[in-house]
Write a protein that binds this ligand. Sequence first.
Ligand code: FES
Length: 169
Amino acid sequence: MPQTLEKTTKKLRQFNKVCEILDRYERNPAKLIPILQLVQDEYRYLPEEVLTYIATSLSLPPAKVYGVATFYAHFALEPKGKYVIRLCDGTACHVKKSIPILEALRERLGLTDKVRTTPDMLFTVETVSCLGACGLAPVMVINDDVHGQMTPEHAVALIDEIAAKEGKK
Ligand code: FES
């Protein structure tokens, strides 16, 4: 069936890239963290079957690889949207009212604290504790772009701008 074939080909391609990354580190189990980092850079998250594959390739127990991937907040086990919005809720940002910004973003995108990615995979909204730019509080980061002195209105306007650019409303 063409659809199954397409899926299989896609999966094979996925593992090709993982193989390249593993080879770059000579399949050294001591390099697990940089390997996971590069794999995540490639796919924006760590798919379950890829983690199992990495474990087998490095002769590590899968539980160990999962353990590392879940221990570091930086690693994502779920797919994320094209635009990852990180809203700081560290002390400085919290005091300067980061929560109303979070609520405005979630309301605009139909997200909750459990559902963090829009169904079209365009946006993911997360909170983080201190982005190290407290002087700009409240701070929001969209992918790698830092936006300081944020307000709920400005945050929603930025989202609307991206959505328009992406041809969505
Ligand atoms: S508390 Fe938000 S950047 Fe430090």
